[in-house]
Design a protein around this ligand. Structure first.
Ligand SMILES: NC(=O)c1ccc[n+]([C@@H]2O[C@H](COP(=O)([O-])OP(=O)(O)OC[C@H]3O[C@@H](n4cnc5c(N)ncnc54)[C@H](O)[C@@H]3O)[C@@H](O)[C@H]2O)c1
Length: 280
């Protein structure tokens, strides 16, 4: 085996791990020595205007983790389903004996003017991005409390730090995640558990790169492409790049997951290409 990793002997659970940031986090955690439980819905949601991860993609994540020499347990689990999440924790504990790190990453987005968001679209967003994050962490927290160790990391967004036209439901959910995690951090601060939020700006994943998103950012073009949207994303930050590689976000996840990060809690780590530098 290679040199000592930051997370040798630790076990991590990553939701939304079939692709995108979740997959990158699973692989990065494994590269630092953690065994990983990876879960995903592996199905589409009618009110989400692009395809979600698949079972084949989740299997590819498993292969990538195992290629780092770590063990990987994968399960299809919807973060809206408490029983499924309890089953993940029970199965994970049976397989690995512990869960030290919880990366509540699963999320969806969608678009619509405030007055055009129907009840189902609003509710699905809150159910997945806010309540799903709550349910995920709640499922594993009793185990962490019992062992007096835990690293909870929730993915919000820069949309949880400011307003964002066409995204009222997403913005509400992501601001909610930040308030919820700060509260959790206060409750568990003297129990060996940290709880932090990662707030990325644009990341190069299928959530960003799909026809629905392209149409939103290029309403003036017929069939906009990745090249068409790039300058419009570039204009939203200060670094002159349109989006970040998911691995950039994984670096922050690994930092917050490490034993050494034990004094950082209740924080929001913005990885925003400088987009918030002039605001607060
Ligand atoms: N891509 C961006 O620009 C960006 C920016 C800021 C924050 N985020 C957030 O990052 C997180 C990861 O998104 P991504 O960019 O990797 O997008 P993605 O669409 O590539 O990945 C999201 C994964 O979550 C899964 N998922 C969706 N609903 C689920 C559910 N109910 N239960 C379990 N799994 C579910 C999907 O199947 C998919 O595999 C999300 O919380 C997202 O809101 C993304």
């Amino acid at each position: 085996m290679g040199t000592a990793g930051l997370l040798d002997g630790r076990v991590a659970w990553v939701t939304g791990a079939a692709r995108g940031q979740g997959r990158a986090h699973a692989v990065a955690l494994a590269a630092e020595g953690a065994d990983v439980i990876v879960t995903d819905l592996c199905a589409d949601i009618a009110t989400v205007p692009y395809s979600l991860g698949t079972e084949a993609e989740l299997a590819e994540t498993v292969a990538l983790v195992e290629a780092r020499g770590r063990r990987c347990l994968s399960m299809v689990a919807d973060v809206r389903d408490t029983a499924a999440l309890d089953e993940v924790v029970a199965t994970g504990l049976e397989a690995f004996g512990r869960i030290d790190i919880c990366v509540a990453n699963a999320g969806v987005t969608g678009y619509g003017r405030f007055h055009e968001l129907d009840d189902t679209t609003w509710q699905d967003m809150i159910d997945v991005d806010l309540t799903g994050t709550f349910r995920t962490i709640r499922a594993v927290l009793p185990h962490m409390l019992e062992r007096r160790f835990g690293r909870v990391i929730a993915t919000a967004s820069m949309a949880g730090r400011m307003g964002n036209p066409n995204l009222a439901h997403y913005v509400a959910a992501k601001w909610g995640v930040i308030g919820m995690i700060k509260t959790l951090a206060m409750e568990v601060a003297n129990k060996g558990i940290t709880a932090n939020v990662i707030a990325p700006a644009a990341v190069d994943t299928p959530m960003l790169h799909n026809p629905a998103m392209y149409a939103l950012f290029c309403p003036d073009l017929d069939a906009p492409t990745r090249e068409d949207v790039a300058p419009r994303y570039r204009a939203m930050n200060r670094m002159g790049v349109p989006w970040m590689d998911p691995g950039e976000i994984s670096r922050a996840v690994v930092f917050l997951a490490a034993d050494d990060a034990g004094v950082s809690t209740g924080q929001v780590l913005e990885i925003s290409l400088g987009s918030s530098a002039g605001t607060h």
